[in-house]
Ligand binder design. Structure first.
Ligand SMILES: NC(=O)c1ccc[n+]([C@@H]2O[C@H](COP(=O)([O-])OP(=O)(O)OC[C@H]3O[C@@H](n4cnc5c(N)ncnc54)[C@H](OP(=O)(O)O)[C@@H]3O)[C@@H](O)[C@H]2O)c1
Length: 319
């Protein structure tokens, strides 16, 4: 393999600190024994990438400059490490690579084999790349932490965002009554996905509209205060799960339960999610597809904090 393309962060800062470089191709011989080398077809763009680029997450996930962001990938296996058993060359896979390693804004990425799952056959790589990080976050928050059950009432804040659109669909699949907060222009999309009630957070404070909620899932970037306000709508034994802060202390003050989700790679859960996508129960929603060289534009869009669904970088896929 000659040199490959990679978008790298050379200095912590704004979206302009991303640049498209030629780097040496990863050699199959240099793979860790349980790694798989993936030819990247599409890479998902997440708020996490923006935080890593800015340097805000250096304590949690330290990276040496320059590094390659992008922790959502869909692609095809090119080579496998000496101990890798799950995949073979030409398998179509997707996954959420380790946040501490280089990511998928590149022609190739090395990923631990257990962090990958079979790519859903019914959707393109572009749509598949929108799934792993966001759907796993929703799965782990709603099912592992909140233990959401059929018939329960769940409130999802930022329901129209990358994670939110998966969260509302997974909650409906589980049989819950689903309420989402979003601005008015996202109302019809959310109803079309089966959301029972949509609250326009610009029109009235959500806590004046609802009560007796079993589970609140807070996905508003910088929205710790929204989590605190949500405690008042929870039932006494309800739970607040937050993706944006640790709400345990605030919740305890009101004798409620609060917990932060910290998404983990999980190939087994992702395989379950693949089945739901292929069964048409979970629909990926991609609002914008950009070529790899436009990663800066993708990050600038995410900086607005009002994108709908996911933005994807097309790396190799022709369509
Ligand atoms: N801890 C973890 O493991 C984990 C995992 C994944 C994500 N996260 C974090 O979770 C957050 C959400 O991620 P994401 O990918 O879903 O983000 P995203 O796609 O960027 O979220 C954008 C959405 O937020 C909505 N929004 C903005 N302000 C709102 C408000 N006040 N009330 C309700 N909705 C509002 C917007 O809807 P409108 O345009 O309708 O306003 C938009 O659809 C990010 O901070 C991310 O870093 C954490």
């Amino acid at each position: 393999m000659a040199g490959i393309r990679a978008v790298r962060v050379h200095a912590f800062g704004d979206a302009k600190s991303l640049s498209l470089d030629q780097v040496s191709a990863p050699s199959p011989a240099s793979l860790a024994p349980d790694d798989v080398l993936v030819r990247v077809h599409a890479a998902g763009v997440n708020p996490l990438d923006v935080k890593m680029r800015s340097g805000a997450y250096q304590t949690m996930f330290p990276h040496t400059l320059p590094f390659i962001p992008g922790w959502d990938v869909s692609g095809v296996v090119e080579a496998v490490g000496t101990n890798a058993r799950l995949w073979r060359p030409h398998d179509a896979v997707y996954g959420r690579p380790d946040f501490k390693r280089d990511g998928a804004y590149a022609d190739y990425v090395a990923v631990k084999e257990t962090e990958l799952a079979r790519k859903p056959e019914s959707v393109s790589h572009v749509h598949a790349a929108s799934v792993p990080l966001a759907a796993l976050t929703a799965w782990q928050a709603l099912f592992d932490l909140a233990r959401l059950e059929a018939g329960q009432r769940v409130l999802v804040h930022a329901a129209a965002g990358g994670v939110g659109l998966y969260a509302v669909q997974l909650a409906k699949w589980k049989g819950a009554y689903v309420i989402g907060t979003a601005s008015a222009n996202n109302r019809s999309l959310l109803h079309a996905l089966g959301v029972d009630e949509v609250i326009d957070y610009n029109a009235a404070p959500f806590e004046t509209k609802i009560h007796d909620i079993d589970v609140v899932f807070n996905l508003v970037s910088g929205g710790a205060e929204i989590g605190t306000r949500s405690l008042s709508v929870l039932k006494q034994n309800g739970v607040l799960v937050s993706a944006v802060n640790d709400p345990a202390e605030e919740a305890a003050k009101q004798e409620k339960k609060g917990v932060m989700v910290r998404v983990k790679p999980n190939g087994a859960q992702l395989n379950e999610i693949t089945k739901l996508v292929d069964a048409g129960m979970l629909k990926p929603f991609v609002s914008k597809v950009l070529p790899l060289e436009k990663a800066t534009e993708a990050h600038e869009a995410l900086d607005s904090r009002h994108t709908r669904g996911k933005i994807i970088l097309r790396v190799a896929e022709p369509r």
